[in-house]
Structures are given as C-alpha cells and as structure tokens.
Design a protein around this ligand. Sequence first.
Ligand SMILES: CC(C)(COP(=O)(O)OP(=O)(O)OC[C@H]1O[C@@H](n2cnc3c(N)ncnc32)[C@H](O)[C@@H]1OP(=O)(O)O)[C@@H](O)C(=O)NCCC(=O)NCCS
Length: 146
Amino acid sequence: MPYEVTLPGGYTVSDDPTRLDIDLIHRFLSEESYWAKGRSRALVERSIAGSLCLGVYRPQGQVGFARIVTDRCFFAWVCDVFVLPEARGQSIATGMMAAALRHPDLTEVARWMLVTTDAQGLYGRLGFGPYQEVYKLMAYFPPKTS
Ligand SMILES: CC(C)(COP(=O)(O)OP(=O)(O)OC[C@H]1O[C@@H](n2cnc3c(N)ncnc32)[C@H](O)[C@@H]1OP(=O)(O)O)[C@@H](O)C(=O)NCCC(=O)NCCS
C-alpha cells in the first residue's frame, strides 16, 4: 500500500513510484533547478530508482517532488526538492517534508541531512538547523572520467 497524506487545497503526497511523472521531474531538474542543470534523463531515472521519492499531486498531475536517499535506519539525505512555480506559497513543500519525516519506513532514522542555498526557513520550521559539527564532515568528488 502506498503511503499517502492529504494536504490542504486538494493536494496528495504519495510515495507510489508508479505515479511519478519522470518527464516533469527531468524537465524541472535539468532546466529550472540551480543544482541539477543538464542532468540527463538516464541519471534522473537511476537516482529515483535508488531512492525513496515523494510526489505531490493534484487531479491535473504532479506539482511537487522530493528524493530521499536513505538506509531507512540511520541516515536520510533529502535532495531534489521542488514545487512547480504555479503551486508555490501554499505550504506544499512544508507538507511534503512533514510527510517525509513521518513516513512509516523512516520513523527510526537517526539523522536527516540536506544542503540548501536559500530554503533554511522552510526546513527550519520542521526542526532542521545548521550542522554544528560541520568540521567533521568530509566529501569526495571523483574526477569526471567522461
Ligand atoms: C523552495 C520551494 C520548494 C518551496 O515550495 P513551497 O511549496 O512554495 O514552500 P512552502 O509554501 O511550504 O513554504 C515556503 C517557504 O519556503 C521558503 N523559501 C525558501 N526559498 C524559497 C524559494 N526559492 N521560493 C519560495 N519560497 C522559498 C520561504 O521562506 C517560505 O517561508 P515562509 O512561509 O516562512 O515565508 C519552492 O519555492 C521551489 O521549488 N523552489 C525552487 C526549487 C528549489 O529551490 N528547491 C530547493 C529547496 S532546498
């Protein structure tokens, strides 16, 4: 059974992967996002297949998306979050992320993390804050081979 949450305004959050509009997600990420410009459709599909994804839907189609990379126990990384421009400002992203934090497969996750340039207000409302131990974080960016 898919996990579904109803939001005000007739929107539904769902984790059903068969409902995801891959064309819309690819178009937004590759053309409109500031972090995934030019991302190929193949990479979008592969990243979705390896993640727990939430879509937000109204009867006419999908308006929101979030991708959660997780082991479902210790760690969840939130990324590729967007709401289409025409649906913004109605607390859809807030509702989607609140639904993510209550997802039955994720209730035991010990650490949620994300990177955001300007949406600190959105995540701050849900309990996220600056990572105090940032000096412990390490990252590796392998050189591009192609
Ligand atoms: C950021 C985004 C997902 C918010 O979606 P939304 O459904 O309008 O969000 P909500 O209505 O739940 O909350 C809006 C809050 O997000 C905050 N916010 C942060 N960045 C924002 C942005 N670029 N655009 C609109 N709101 C933004 C606002 O401060 C607002 O807080 P407020 O209600 O206290 O004023 C949406 O604007 C979006 O898709 N932006 C482009 C993609 C993007 O930047 N994604 C990265 C998120 S880490």
